[in-house]
Design a protein. Structure first.
Ligand SMILES: Nc1nc2c(ncn2[C@@H]2O[C@H](COP(=O)(O)OP(=O)(O)OP(=O)(O)O)[C@@H](O)[C@H]2O)c(=O)[nH]1
Ligand SMILES: [Mg+2]
Length: 241
């Protein structure tokens, strides 16, 4: 059970009567945490809007390919756009090292036992990064399909990344993040010939949960679909300007 982020819905988790008082207290604490986060997220959003920064919150299970997608995106766009990255992981600076190798400003946040980034951490990272006017800021959240869905960071869009190896039923099993996100990247399409996952079913499942979600089919390591994704980014960055 996660007591720090409110990802456990105690009303539904179990209904033993002798837990009512404790449950009430947990819900109050969770509401306080989320309210405080929402206030800070609005502050971040104001900062991004004033500086015309396109901020994207990338959310997925561990290993779906968030950093690989960023690496390929950076290779293609770094000469045209000002790019910045915040990396969220429980431990290590591995992902920040991968981004820094491409000569892009990056700030690594280690959350320890925490399972998501929050708005205060993003505010802290911004003070180090000091992104330029009109930049694109990628925030790679901690690998977790559940808790990050609850935490607004002030981003313009949440981008959920799901890889073909995870199975085509994931949008139905983890609907909260597919509802919160505007964009869905289906990654590792190159592996489809070796899997029994059906990409059409995955698309349909994502659209069942969120009929407005925009879907990109990508292979981050082989490059398929990255052009369309980069085009979307470029257009959205120019709209925000
Ligand atoms: N075949 C294939 N492998 C991929 C693709 N994208 C990523 N991978 C591999 O998947 C593994 C995990 O990729 P990462 O980019 O580190 O994934 P991540 O989501 O950033 O992982 P965490 O930050 O640990 O949550 C690596 O071995 C990548 O090479 C893809 O499109 N196709
Ligand atoms: Mg990563």
């Amino acid at each position: 059970m996660c007591t720090t982020c409110g990802c456990n819905d105690t009303q539904h988790a179990h209904g033993h009567e002798h837990h009512h008082h404790e449950e009430r207290r947990i819900i109050d604490v969770e509401q306080d945490i989320l309210q405080r986060n929402n206030l800070l997220a609005e502050r971040n959003r104001g900062y991004f809007e004033t500086k015309h920064i396109l901020a994207l919150n990338l959310i997925s299970s561990p290993g779906s390919g968030k950093t690989s997608l960023l690496e390929e995106t950076i290779r293609r766009l770094k000469d045209r756009l000002s790019l910045y990255v915040i990396e969220g992981d429980q431990q290590t600076a591995n992902d920040a090292d991968r981004i820094a190798a491409l000569n892009i400003p990056v700030f690594q946040i280690n959350t320890g036992t925490g399972c998501h980034l929050d708005a205060e951490m993003v505010d802290h990272a911004m003070k180090h990064l000091e992104p330029k006017e009109g930049a694109v800021l990628f925030i790679e959240n901690v690998g977790n399909l559940v808790c990050p869905a609850l935490f607004d960071l002030g981003e313009a869009h949440k981008v959920v990344i799901v890889s073909t190896t995870e199975g085509d039923d994931k949008p139905l099993k983890y609907p909260h993040i597919f509802r919160e996100a505007d964009i869905c990247v289906i990654n590792k399409t190159d592996l489809l010939p070796y899997l029994n996952a059906n990409i059409q079913t995955m698309r349909e499942n994502a659209l069942k949960v969120n009929p407005n979600i925009q879907i990109f089919e990508i292979s981050a390591t082989q490059g398929a679909g990255i052009d369309t994704w980069c085009e979307w980014l470029t257009i959205n960055q120019s709209i925000i300007k």
